[in-house]
Every structure is written in C-alpha cells, then in structure tokens.
Ligand binder design. Structure first.
Ligand code: 1YM
Length: 636
C-alpha cells in the first residue's frame, strides 16, 4: 500500500462536537464501560498506529501496561501533525486529541483501516482518561501535551530535539467511568497477535510491567502464518498454506487456506482488521468461488465424472482452515453485533480473486489439488452415509416419539422455560439424583461409561452412539445443521460429574459435543456445570458442606479447629451422597452453585478443544501442565 501514501493537509480535518458527549454516554463510543470498553481504549490508540503502518510509514508498535494500570502506546511513524490547524487555530495534535471525530480525511486511495468499534479514535480515549499525555517526535523536535479528563492541562510545547519520529500516547483510564480498571493481558495479547497476523511485517511489542510478561508479535507471512498458527495442533494434509492476494477496484483481498485431516470447518474473516464474526459478502464470495474452483478442477482432471453430482460447499470445506482478510475504503457493517460485512461489491471481488488465483495454484500444484479433491470426495461419501443414518434416527424417533430414552427420568412440567435436565455421571449417582430431585421441573439422564470423543469422529459414527442419541431425543432440538434451539425441552442443561479427573474428562467431552453440534446451547448460556461439595464437616448436630479446600479450612477455623468431635468427610464421587444430601448440596436451586459454560472466544475454544481432544499428545501435555493451576476453568 506504500503507493497509496496520502499527504496530510491540516484543513482536511472535520470538526464535529466536544468531548462532554463522550463522558456523558461512554457506551455510545466504546460499547460499554466494562472490561471490554477498557480494552477498547487500547485498541483505539493502537489502531491509529496500525493505520500509520498501513500507510507505509511505521514498522514498530510498542504497548506497555504499567503497574498502575496506565498504558503507553508508541509507534515509529511520522508523528501526528504538529502545525497549527487553520480552522481551529490550535495545534493539530490538540485538535486530534480534544475534538470528537477529528481525523484525517483519506482521499486519494488511502485506507483508514481502523479496527475500532466506531473509529472515533484518540479523542474518545482522552475524554475517558483521568490523564493522558501525547509526545510527538517530528521534524527534528519533540513536542508534548497533557490532558485531564479530555481537557487541555498543558500547552502543546516543544520539549527537546530528536533524530527520531513517531507518536507516543500514555493514558490512565478514568476510575469515574470504568467499572473495572485491570487490563487482562491474555485478551490484549490475543488481539495484538491477530493484528500482527493481519498486517504482515508490523512488529508489535507487548509488555506488562505488573508481572514482567512480554511478547513480540511479528509475522512476515501475515495471514499465511495465521493459518499455520490455527492449524498448529492439527495434521495438515499439505505442508504450506495456500496464499493468494489480489487488488480490485481499490480493495485488497488476502486469503490463506490449508486443509487438515479433521472434519471441522474453521473459517475466519476480517474486514479492515475487524473480526467479522457474522461473516458477510467477502465470506460468501470466498465460499462460492472455492466450491466452484474445486469442482471445476475435479472435473477437468477426471477426478469426478462430468455427469457426477457436484461436491457441495460443505464437502469442499471439511477440514478447512482459512483466513479471509479484505481491506476496503468504506466498509459497511451490519448484523446484530455489527460484525457482518455488507458491501455488496465485495462478494464479486473476492469471488473473482479466488476464482482466478486458487485455480492457478491448484493447476500448478497438482499433488495438492488431488489431495483436496480426494478429501472432499470422502466428505461427500460420509455425508451421504450420515444422511441415511439421520433418516434412520429420525424414523426411529418418530416411532419413539412418545417414548423418550429409557434411562431418562423426565420432569412433569411441559414448560421448557422452568425445566432443567441433569446429565449425571454414573448409574448410582443417577439413582440418587432421580430420588432427590424436584420431579416437577428437574429431569435426570444418567450416563454410563465414557462418552464418545466427537472430535475424532464424523457425524455418522457420532449418531451411532446410544448416549448421544439419548441426549438428542431428550433435548428434542435436533443436532448439527438441523439443531433448533427454540425446540429445546429444557432451559438449563446441567452437567453433574465427579470432582475428579474422570469427571473432568467427561465434562470436557460433553462440552465438546455441545460446542460442535449444539452450538446455540453454549452461545445461549444453556449449559451449566453443577458444583458438588468436596467436604462435609460435622460437629454434633451441625453439618456444613464445603466446595473447596480453602472453604473447608475456613470452616474448621470457625468451629475451633480439628478435634475428635469433628468429622470430616471427603467426597470422592457423587455416588457417596444419598439422595437427600445430593439435593441439598448440588440440586436445590436455592442453595446449589452452578457454573455457566460460556465460549467467549471461538478461536481460543477451538484451540482448546483441539488440543484437549485431538490426536496429538505433546500439545495436550503442555497445555495441561501450563494450565494445571486453572484446571477448574479449563473447560470454559
Ligand atoms: C500511539 C498512537 O496516533 N500515530 C499517528 C497518528 C497520526 C499520524 C501518524 C499521521 C497521519 C497523517 C499524517 C495522515 C494521525 N494523524 C491524524 C490526522 N499513534 C498515532 N501517526 N501525519 C501523521 O493521515 O495524513 C490523526 S491520527 F488527523 F492528523 F490526520
């Protein structure tokens, strides 16, 4: 993009309104005042540096979280313009920092590729910071200005000389505005890694002075490296991701893709560095073109016959990991969360680029082309088999429609809103749960033995598992593509397993199944984990249940320490509790503790599930060791 350089003209800044509006309604500008909003401040500033890098002037971006939770962002770009703004008659830096919506107008083919929620930039961050300081190195000099809650606190002044150039912003988020002030290292690091993948060549150095953590993100391979990263714990079927790039009508399209030996489709799409979670025209264009290219290739080389049925899009995408990244001058975002690209021209542009470049790639690399087609053919055959299996279960479930799974003890209420189902490990605990429950709204489904690892199976095999079929019929909402959350018979699905390694394993297997095949249950917050107690402490007639070691020690302390009159029972499994105890400790809505399973981030979840459930042993061992302290939260 270096030939798209724009020269800055101070009069091009548009002036809109003051910053009081931002402090009055912060949510309008940064989404919320929760931790998300807090992180958003950092992204807004970093986006300005990224824009400068995309304009071809900056290579390095440093981000530092200080011990007091203030943040510094430094880049080595041109430095913000320091001249007097002709309309405002103030230093331009001051205008950028104190006037809402102040920003360069980017004519002449420049891209303002802000990833920010509304792209409102530095002034919003300034408005929402207790203090903010800008240091600019430009034209041999160093300038500085300080602000307090968006107001100028010191004149824009020259403070020294330099050979360097760039912009530095330090800010301390305002405790009057934010509910939380502690930045989360992992969340920020994840975004910086993503930005480094999406903008090849940029080096992002991130350090956290609160705990001396440090990481540097720099990928010359860009999104090709991104795909390698996403596939790092999988088995690719050819060594290097396919990378294509094209420019049309002022838009840039970049795509990297690689197949692995699994069955899951892993597509990520971005527009101007924003994760388009809901997809959009660019993704549609990619899918359409890929299906066509693979079919054309297969026919041309006789891998399928002219008269054979075409490979479907799903067949072609089985085991595919791909990143689609577009950059365009006026992105339109639609959808519930404004993460769906709406620009209709993008569909054709991406289709054209993929249509041309991927077919050339496959023709030049016939070994890879053949592997891709063979993989899609296998998928097509499996899908046929699965369809037959599904029809079979459907027919069966019609026969059985009044007979729910034999092991299920259903509740009497038909009002799904109040109903819940406990998936219980083991027949004996299942028995206690059946006796102890409130029959009106609590159903019990006991699970015997281990459940199938769905990560390693195709849908036809998965549907052969009796346990999985029992869950599908009990929930009543179908599976996979046909899953319809509105038909669900229980508002809460509660996994109740022993508090040991086996229990954790079963829980992860169940979560994997729900995540892969009943995703809306996870996204909609319908999945919970029961928390059975670890200890029962009894002294005389008094008894208490404790859910952690710390709690147990605190309780012992309270009753004056451990002596002969104190009886401590450690529960090894649910089966050790009788029906009454199970109800009081783990099932009574008034007293129980439930933990909701939420998938905050599909990418992290996918990585976690792949590592925990996939074939590779080494990454699993590493992951478990690294996370040993957080085992309880492992399964999100
Ligand atoms: C740590 C944050 O804001 N860097 C930054 C910002 C700008 C420029 C360079 C810049 C842009 C242009 C010309 C141009 C900004 N300029 C503006 C405005 N880092 C950080 N680095 N010269 C310098 O786009 O033409 C807004 S931000 F308004 F002047 F264009």
């Amino acid at each position: 993009m270096s030939d798209n350089k724009v020269t800055y003209d101070e009069s091009q800044i548009q002036v809109l309104e003051g910053l009081e509006a931002v402090r009055k309604r912060p949510g309008m500008y940064i989404g919320s005042t929760s931790i998300k909003g807090l992180h958003h401040l950092v992204y807004e500033i970093v986006d300005n540096s990224i824009d400068e890098a995309l304009a071809g002037f900056c290579k390095n971006i440093d981000i530092i979280i200080h011990s007091d939770n203030s943040v510094t962002v430094v880049d080595d770009g041109r430095g913000m313009p320091v001249g007097i703004h002709p309309k405002m008659n103030r230093p331009t830096v001051e205008v950028i920092m104190t006037v809402l919506h102040a920003g360069g107008k980017f004519g002449g083919g420049g891209y303002k590729v802000s990833g920010g929620l509304h792209g409102v930039g530095a002034s919003v961050v300034n408005a929402l910071s207790e203090t903010c300081e800008v240091i600019v190195k430009r034209e041999g000099k160093i300038w500085k200005q300080v602000y307090h809650r968006g107001d100028v606190a010191s004149e824009f002044e020259e403070i020294g000389e330099t050979d360097g150039h760039g912009t530095q912003i330090n800010f301390m988020p305002d405790s009057e505005i934010f509910d939380e002030l502690e930045f989360q290292y992992d969340v920020l690091a994840q975004r910086f890694r993503e930005l480094a993948f999406l903008n090849k060549g940029i080096k992002i150095n991130f350090s956290d002075e609160r705990n001396d953590k440090k990481e540097s993100f720099h990928y010359e391979g860009g999104i090709k490296s991104f795909v390698e990263y996403l596939n790092k714990n999988k088995e690719p079927i050819f060594p290097e991701p396919i990378y294509i790039e094209g420019t049309k009508e002022d838009s840039i399209v970049e795509i990297a893709l690689q197949y692995n030996d699994g069955y899951i489709e892993n597509l990520y799409s971005f527009a101007n560095n924003i994760d388009t979670v809901e997809g959009g025209t660019h993704l549609v264009g990619f899918k359409t073109a890929l299906t066509r290219v693979v079919n054309d290739y297969a026919k041309k080389f006789g891998l399928i016959k002219e008269n054979d049925k075409n490979l479907s899009g799903e067949d072609v995408r089985e085991g595919l990991t791909a990143v689609v990244s577009v950059k365009l001058s006026e992105p339109q975002f639609e959808g519930q969360t404004k993460t769906k690209l709406g620009n209709s021209e993008m569909r054709g542009i991406v289709e054209a680029v993929v249509g041309e470049k991927v077919s050339i790639y496959l023709e030049e690399n016939p070994g890879i082309g053949k592997k891709v087609v063979e993989k899609a053919l296998l998928a097509a055959r499996a899908r046929d088999a699965a369809k037959k299996a599904r029809e079979l279960t459907r027919r069966k479930s019609i026969l059985e429609s009044t007979t729910l799974p034999g092991k299920l003890a259903d509740c009497s209420s038909n009002n799904a809103e109040e109903c819940e189902i406990y998936i219980v490990e083991g027949d004996s605990a299942g028995g206690s749960a059946k006796q102890g429950r409130n029959r009106r709204f609590q159903a019990i489904l006991p699970l015997r033995g281990k459940i199938m690892n769905v990560e390693k199976q195709r849908i036809d095999k998965i549907l052969n598992s009796e346990m999985i079929r029992a869950m599908i019929t009990a929930f009543g909402a179908g599976i996979g593509k046909d899953f319809d959350v509105t038909k669900i018979r229980y508002n809460r699905i509660i996994i109740m397993t022993d508090a040991d390694v086996d229990g954790a394993h079963i829980r992860t297997l169940l979560l994997t199944f729900f995540y892969r095949y009943m995703r809306e249950l996870v996204d909609g917050g319908h999945i919970y984990m029961a928390q059975p107690p670890l200890y029962r402490i009894a002294k005389g007639k008094k008894e208490v249940y404790c859910y952690s070691d710390i709690e147990m020690e605190e309780e012992l302390e309270k009753i004056g320490g451990k002596d002969n009159s104190v009886d401590i029972q450690r529960y090894k499994g649910l089966g050790e509790m009788n029906a009454d105890q199970l109800w009081h400790t783990t099932m009574d809505p008034e007293k129980r503790i439930l933990r909701k399973a939420a998938v905050e981030d599909a990418m992290l979840a996918d990585e976690m599930f792949t590592i925990l459930m996939g074939d590779k042993v080494e990454p699993r061992r590493e992951f478990i060791q690294e996370n040993a302290k957080n085992v309880i939260n492992l399964d999100i």
